[in-house]
Design a protein around this ligand. Structure first.
Ligand code: FES
Length: 124
């Protein structure tokens, strides 16, 4: 049903785990099913993403999307990370994502963007 690489990311999510002293920690839950992704980002002194981890529990699309996204974040500025669009996530998955599955695919993006907004708004 899904491409092999999606199932591979689902079974072995890349960058799985947590970062104890992360600068950004944010959990996003899909209220329809209870699936969740929690993202951890460690920044360097100039605000570039230095380390990425996530704890994801959910369907194949939500977990593999988070895994794929996590591979692209290291080395990005927060501004560039905040600019990632839903089309980028769908492009990474490489499959048509219908209205039912779009929430699964975008759970990781909401976690990333809301985490960045929370971090930026807490700055003095
Ligand atoms: Fe819950 Fe996909 S079914 S996020």
């Amino acid at each position: 049903m899904y491409r092999e690489f999606i199932l591979d990311h689902y079974k072995s999510p890349r960058n799985s785990g947590s970062i104890e002293n992360a600068d950004i920690i944010h959990k996003e839950v899909n209220p329809l099913c209870g699936d969740q992704v929690e993202i951890f980002l460690k920044l360097n002194g100039s605000g570039t993403i230095q380390e990425v981890k996530h704890l994801s529990r959910g369907c194949a699309i939500s977990v593999s999307s988070m895994s794929l996204l996590s591979e692209t974040l290291k080395g990005k500025s927060l501004k560039d990370a905040a600019g990632i669009r839903k089309e980028d996530i769908i492009g990474m998955l490489g499959i048509p994502v219908g209205p039912v599955r779009i929430k699964c695919a975008l759970l990781c993006l909401y976690a990333l963007k809301d985490g960045i907004v929370k971090y930026e708004s807490a700055k003095p």
